[in-house]
Design a protein around this ligand. Sequence first.
Ligand SMILES: C[S@@+](CC[C@H](N)C(=O)[O-])C[C@H]1O[C@@H](n2cnc3c(N)ncnc32)[C@H](O)[C@@H]1O
Length: 281
Amino acid sequence: MTRAAQTLPVPDAVGELYDRLTLSAMRDGSFNPNVHIGYWDTPDSEASVDEAMDRLTDVFIERMKLDASSRVLDLGCGVGGPALRVVERTGARVTGISISHEQVRTANRLASEAGLAARAVFEHGDAMKLPFADASFDVVMALESMCHMPDRQQVLAEVCRVLAPGGRLVLTDIFERFPRKEVRHGGIDKFCRDLMSTTADIDDYVPMLHRAGLRVREILDVTEQTTLRLAEELAKLALGGERPAALDEGNFHFSDDDFKPSDLAGADDFGCLLVTAERPR
Ligand SMILES: C[S@@+](CC[C@H](N)C(=O)[O-])C[C@H]1O[C@@H](n2cnc3c(N)ncnc32)[C@H](O)[C@@H]1O
């Protein structure tokens, strides 16, 4: 029996989903400027979920090799938390795009409030067809956004087009860690269905980067530092009866049947890749 093909996300529908998530998080007080998994360096790291989220951005910063003259594209920028941290820490200039109008509005407001609007600008746009000229960025970062894009190959080709020769790409992406199972963990199914995502094929990642014209510098399985640890942290918070400020179940949860982070408990095949690549000179 072969497995059914994954349902491809539709960008405008993903935008509407993030409009709803952003507004509901603002309403119920669970708003967080980061919309990603977080990174715990070691199994004994005592970092909170919020600290781990900032740490993931710092893991990107270590790989992006930026200075104040760098032009960065944040592909799928959320509400701008990672981009603003990049600007603060490196002085680089960041343009963020999101398919959600509400996120773009919020990100520009946060940039103004932080006094960073001259170096951080957010626009509505679709990663499948980037509204930028060839070679207009030195670095592209994509924190947990590829999973929502209907054709990774096309996105990578667009990334290669807008990168200057020698420019870098750093991304995280979701993949199924073991040879794909006939029947995958129900939490992954719900995640993909309700958060309009697909999982990447790890065997195809390097060929896909090459086909796009990019050279791989590093490709790491960071599942232990990211998705698995996050599931543990959320389980602990749920046991303690605490509402996690950063990744509140309320952020995702619309009805009893809808995906909630605790659905991923025990999903050890829900993997995360950290990829660094470059456009050859
Ligand atoms: C999980 S959030 C990550 C946000 C941000 N990178 C962060 O780490 O806080 C996924 C982001 O990808 C964006 N996205 C999804 N599909 C997109 C597309 N086709 N074009 C542009 N942005 C997209 C969403 O709007 C959202 O901002």
